[in-house]
Design a protein around this ligand. Structure first.
Ligand code: GUN
Ligand code: ZN
Length: 448
């Protein structure tokens, strides 16, 4: 019974049931001061107050207690690039130069399956260290890179959504795959991995600049062929990018219209950035129920602009929150929420802690159409769980001395927290972090 995948976790439980309408919306979540989560075969079997559930805990099952921590659904990162873990923190360039100078060079290394496999392990470890239990990842243009990521995630029973980056122009020859290769390679990966264990596929045209019209349309056709597959791309991140799209697609009225015409918009479509959009483009996103993915650390670091959360939310566009490493500067969804707050402050808007934590968990899961499976602490969901310690550092412990309530604790966590606040992460019920291991490891990846 206690095979490592069945367990009871006891402590302060928090899980959202709908998007909070603002600060103080106590109807949007369930908080249990002393609760128990019963995990069986990697899924949540039962959840409730300890005094009600304690009798259901089998006698031999160890109970892990985290009295002072906050136990939440694991974080979900809906936009991250796994071949960019050595691109993060690259100096002094905006989007198109940053791609040419740093990113394309690094991604070419992923033609080597051994390199891809090592980086996949690093990437998944780093997600877990930051409390992220599911991510939507861009791979490189080489099918072996997607194969390596899916293989590593499958072995961990970690739910990943990923796709082979499709591009057939405006990149180095090593990345620009012949148009007739990228689509069959994606189809092959879909057949192999979409729905295999916890893995799912996202058709991944990099952005309009690096695909011909034919390739974008072929990507759209692939989505029709496989209706449960997701789609991820970039949209309206940077002004030079938009000017280039205008030049490459002179007949289309807008950047968003290019994707619409090619069949790339819809409820399973994730569009990174969405910063510089006109009203017609916003309406197109709303009408197609596409998701705009807010990537604040990336938008600030690459100098792309300020995502207008208030405008898009008021227009009825679905919104998700993501890191976008390696344009983004942190794997931590807590750091990401902190920067989202600042981006919104600069526009006279607020991001209440309840809204931020809902986004990182239930909200991002809903953006992926997976909210019955992840992003929630509820019976039947995967036991993807994070244990958060708001007193993990000297500064946060000091600040917490005067915190009055749950919302203030959450705001301290998102404003000051990082990987040090992650005491444990469970992936399908299994602990992903070894508490005995030092947080700052001097281990290096083997040379290569
Ligand atoms: N647009 C096209 N490719 C990329 C990428 O790798 N990162 C970001 N931030 N934007 C992109
Ligand atoms: Zn990106």
């Amino acid at each position: 019974m206690a095979d490592g995948n069945s367990r009871a976790i006891r402590g302060r439980l928090l899980s959202f049931s709908r998007a909070p309408r603002g600060a103080g919306d106590a109807q949007s979540y369930r908080y249990i001061e002393d609760g128990i989560i019963l995990v069986e075969d990697g899924r949540i079997e039962a959840v409730g107050p300890a005094d009600e559930l304690v009798a259901r805990v089998p006698p031999m099952l160890p109970v892990e207690r985290h009295a002072d921590a906050l136990i939440m659904p694991g974080f979900i990162d809906p936009h991250i690039h796994y071949p960019q873990t050595q691109v993060i923190a690259s100096y002094g360039a905006q989007l198109l130069e940053w791609l040419e100078k740093y990113t394309f060079a690094e991604e070419q290394k992923f033609s080597d399956p051994e390199h891809a496999a090592r980086h996949a392990e690093f990437f998944l470890d780093e997600l877990a260290r930051n409390g992220t239990t599911t991510a939507v990842a861009y791979c490189s243009a080489h099918p072996v890179s997607a194969e390596a990521l899916f293989t590593a995630a499958h072995r961990r029973n970690m739910g990943m959504i990923a796709g082979n980056t499709i591009m057939d122009r405006n990149g180095p020859p090593g990345l620009v795959k012949a148009a007739h290769n990228a689509i069959p390679a994606s189809r092959d990966l879909i057949r192999r991995w979409h729905g295999s264990g916890r893995q799912r596929y996202a058709v991944t045209p990099r952005f309009a600049i690096t695909s011909t019209d034919e390739q974008l349309k072929a990507a759209g056709a692939l989505l029709e062929e496989f209706p449960t597959v997701l789609m991820q791309t970039h949209l309206a991140e940077n002004r030079s990018e938009i000017a280039t799209v205008k030049r490459l697609f002179p007949v289309d009225p807008s950047y968003t219209a290019v994707y619409a015409r090619c069949g790339l918009l819809g409820p399973r479509s994730l569009l990174g950035h969405c910063i510089h959009l006109d009203d017609a483009e916003v309406a197109m996103l709303r009408d197609t129920q596409s998701v705009a993915v807010f990537c604040p650390t990336s938008n600030l670091f690459i100098g792309s602009g300020l995502f207008n959360y208030g405008r898009l939310a008021a227009a009825g566009v679905r919104i998700a929150l993501a890191t976008d490493v390696g344009g983004g500067t942190s794997y931590s969804m807590l750091r990401t929420a902190a920067e989202a707050y600042k981006v919104m402050q600069l526009q006279g808007q607020n991001l209440p802690a309840l809204v931020a934590f809902d986004l990182m968990t239930r909200g991002n899961a809903a953006a992926l159409g997976l909210d019955s499976e992840i992003g929630t602490i509820a019976p039947g969901a995967f036991a993807d769980i994070v244990v958060l310690d708001a007193r993990a550092t000297r500064a946060t412990a000091h600040r917490m001395e005067v915190a009055r309530d749950l919302e203030e604790e959450l705001f301290v966590l998102m404003t000051l927290g990082d990987d040090r606040a992650i005491r444990q992460a469970f992936i399908a019920g299994r602990p992903a972090l070894d508490p005995a291991k030092p947080r700052v490891s001097r281990d290096r990846l083997p040379p290569g």
